[in-house]
Design a protein around this ligand. Structure first.
Ligand SMILES: NC(=O)c1ccc[n+]([C@@H]2O[C@H](COP(=O)([O-])OP(=O)(O)OC[C@H]3O[C@@H](n4cnc5c(N)ncnc54)[C@H](O)[C@@H]3O)[C@@H](O)[C@H]2O)c1
Length: 309
């Protein structure tokens, strides 16, 4: 075959695949994508002792999954375990793990592999926030933000991805934030760690594609503020476009995105428009929009006091 013919063939295949993927996305934009069955899947949720992690555990309990719950807070995690049992979980295992410590992650991961089996859905959800202007942030707290919000994802992937590759089956879920897509004042270390988490999860998605591991899926979740207590005191000036999210609603959306194997989930939908505008508007216009939406003042009332969900 001449090189021209080969190039033409390659181009036609590329065109066909691209059009098919766009058509597929359009169709599934109109009709809901079928949800996968997660009964019997081993689902590991980090930060399951409260907030989103706890609610995710309850949802997966109702879907018949085997639950592996990790949290640094043993008491909260035990409570989640009891609640998951009441919600119908047949097999649920709670482990105390400081996800910000690599040795702890590897140690507990080995225990899980021996006692429960190969994790097939990994939900990196544990997170912390400092909530101070950059120069007021103690170095140790900034390091901790990176350890928990980002570096823990590296260690959990290292621990659980090999079995997913061997089985060509798995799902990697990154709970990031809208602060992982757009910089926010008063959240520099948090934003940086959440941007890193998005960049890592997206790169690993591309890596699994390049290695033709079609059975391994990725979902990257970027929500705005949620009423879990983590961002207690934070405000929105535009509740219509950027509402403070209800945790139950957020978790329903996250589970739905996982079951539909969606790559990205931003909540609320207005965040997609913000990202689009950010990609071409002058930076100054972006700041004017941020000022108008009250984003620059959103951290002003931050107390971070936690409430039980
Ligand atoms: N609440 C929000 O407004 C909001 C918005 C966007 C994204 N998020 C993200 O959602 C995720 C869940 O947050 P949430 O709102 O449920 O907060 P939360 O504080 O209720 O839950 C976080 C959980 O992580 C656990 N955790 C903290 N450090 C840990 C560590 N070193 N090792 C293991 N577990 C640890 C905590 O004990 C807690 O149970 C976080 O990653 C957060 O950054 C939250």
């Amino acid at each position: 075959m001449s090189s021209n013919l080969r190039s033409a063939r390659k181009f036609l295949v590329f065109l066909g695949k691209s059009l098919f993927s766009i058509l597929e996305a359009l169709i599934f934009g109109l009709i809901p994508k079928p949800r996968k069955n997660v009964a019997g899947e081993i689902v590991l949720i980090t930060g399951s002792g409260s907030g989103l992690g706890r609610l995710l555990a309850l949802q997966f309990a109702r879907l018949g999954s085997v639950l592996v719950l990790w949290d640094i807070n043993s008491e909260g995690n035990e409570e989640t375990l009891q609640m998951a049992r009441e919600a119908g979980a047949m097999r649920v295992h709670a482990y105390t793990c400081d996800c910000g410590r690599k040795e702890d992650v590897y140690r507990v991961a080995n225990q899980v592999k021996k006692e429960v089996g190969d994790v097939s859905i990994l939900i990196n959800n544990a997170g912390i926030v400092t909530g101070k202007n950059f120069l007021d942030c103690p170095d140790e707290l900034m390091e901790k933000s990176f350890d928990v919000n980002f570096k823990a994802h590296l260690w959990t992937y290292k621990a659980f991805l090999p079995a997913m590759i061997a089985n060509d089956h798995g799902h990697l879920v990154c709970i990031s934030s809208s602060a992982g897509l757009v910089g926010v004042n008063g959240l520099a270390d948090y934003c940086a760690s959440k941007f890193a988490a998005v960049g890592f999860a997206e790169s690993m998605f591309v890596e699994t594609f390049a290695l033709k591991q079609k059975g391994i899926k990725t979902t990257i979740v970027c929500p705005f503020f949620i009423k879990t207590g983590m961002f207690e005191g934070c405000m929105t000036r535009c509740p219509l476009l950027l509402p403070i999210l209800d945790p139950e609603y957020t978790v329903r959306k996250i589970v739905d995105a996982i079951l539909q194997e969606r790559l990205y989930l931003c909540i609320p939908k207005f965040l997609y428009l913000m990202l689009f505008l950010k990609s071409f508007l002058p930076a100054k216009t972006g700041l004017i929009i941020g000022e108008y939406l009250g984003i620059l003042e959103s951290m002003e009332g931050f107390t971070g006091q936690k409430k039980e969900v």
